[in-house]
Design a binder for this molecule. Structure first.
Ligand SMILES: C[S@@+](CC[C@H](N)C(=O)[O-])C[C@H]1O[C@@H](n2cnc3c(N)ncnc32)[C@H](O)[C@@H]1O
Length: 304
């Protein structure tokens, strides 16, 4: 019999090492972004209702351009068992994040109805990976993403491709922002984000953080605009320039004109309605006149 000292030693339990990283170092920028700026369930519902009003039937095929984490695709397939979503983005990182963090919360049947293409948005449905050859009922380009096209020719070309990727009666929907405040340089808008019971909240482990939208530069001659998103945490740490956008600040009339030049018809601005006290309702209706709010959000809906 081996002596006691020859017996294999039990591995010592490792003392748990306290995580000395700051909250910023531990943060996941896509989770923070999703909690701060995305309302994908509302978007999917708005697209559905708008399409129904224009076409008298429910839309089934969504193409989400510049989809990033494809949050809207994930909400779209939840709305109906026949809803199909196609997400297009150049960057594999947010696509993979969305698969791990958003698609993972869907059923297998819902996941099967999502196709992702790591591709340029100026790619025809038929040529893109995943052979999504049918025209889309709704083509969404959210969070001002097309602002990265800086010339009229580039933007018109994108709109022409988008139009070709729609079925007859299909609609392209994009959000727009503007107002006098957007042209102020070196200006940072800070919001406290209370995560409450939002679906991504459990990934955080804390209840609030600060979202900072910095307007770093605006060039009135070219309308080039540089924006950054930063996040701040209760331990005083800061995730600097989590996202940066080098955009041309397109206006509503310029964008509507280019959509018409690209062949779209029925191009309409959807403006937020107001209640009796003049506060925004969160509902958007077609309009031809809007109040000169210093900071507004609107949608453009363009029919193929
Ligand atoms: C402002 S983010 C928007 C993400 C998402 N739509 C949202 O609402 O949060 C812009 C996205 O567009 C992608 N992108 C930029 N240029 C692109 C292009 N030419 N084709 C496809 N995706 C592009 C980037 O990788 C990024 O994920």
């Amino acid at each position: 019999m081996p002596k006691l000292k020859d017996q294999p030693k039990k591995p010592k339990a490792r003392p748990s090492v306290p995580d000395k990283r700051t909250m910023a170092e531990r943060a996941d920028r896509y989770t923070l972004y999703g909690l701060s700026v995305q309302e994908p369930a509302n978007e999917a519902e708005f697209f559905t209702e708008t399409f129904k009003k224009l076409n008298g039937r429910a839309p089934r095929l969504l193409r989400e351009d510049f989809c990033g984490t494809h949050a809207v695709c994930c909400e779209w397939v939840k709305l109906h068992a026949d809803n199909v979503a196609y997400g297009v983005d150049l960057d594999p990182e947010p696509l993979a994040w969305g698969e791990d963090h958003l698609q993972s919360k869907l059923t297998d049947a819902q996941r099967k109805r999502i196709t992702l293409a790591e591709a340029d948005v100026r790619t025809d449905n038929a040529e893109a990976p995943g052979s999504f050859s049918d025209g889309a009922d709704v083509l969404a380009a959210q969070n001002f993403s097309f602002f990265l096209f800086k010339t009229r020719d580039e933007l018109r070309h994108y709109f022409e491709t988008a139009r070709a990727n729609l079925a007859d009666g299909g609609i392209m929907v994009m959000d727009m922002m503007g107002g006098s405040e957007c042209y102020i340089e070196d200006h940072t808008d800070t919001r406290t984000i209370e995560v409450e019971d939002k679906p991504l909240a459990q990934e955080l482990g804390y209840k609030k953080f600060k979202y900072l939208w910095e307007q770093a530069r605006f060039n009135p001659i070219t309308a080039d605009a540089l924006f950054h998103i930063h996040f701040k945490f209760k331990d005083g740490s800061r995730l600097n320039q989590a996202f940066t956008y080098d955009w041309r600040f397109w206006t509503l009339p310029e964008t509507c004109e280019l959509l018409r030049e690209a062949g779209f018809r029925g191009v309409e601005v959807y403006w937020e309605t107001e209640d009796d006290d003049g506060d925004g309702t969160g509902e958007f209706e077609p309009a031809t006149e809007g109040a000169a709010d210093p900071s507004w959000i609107a949608y453009i809906v363009a029919q193929r």
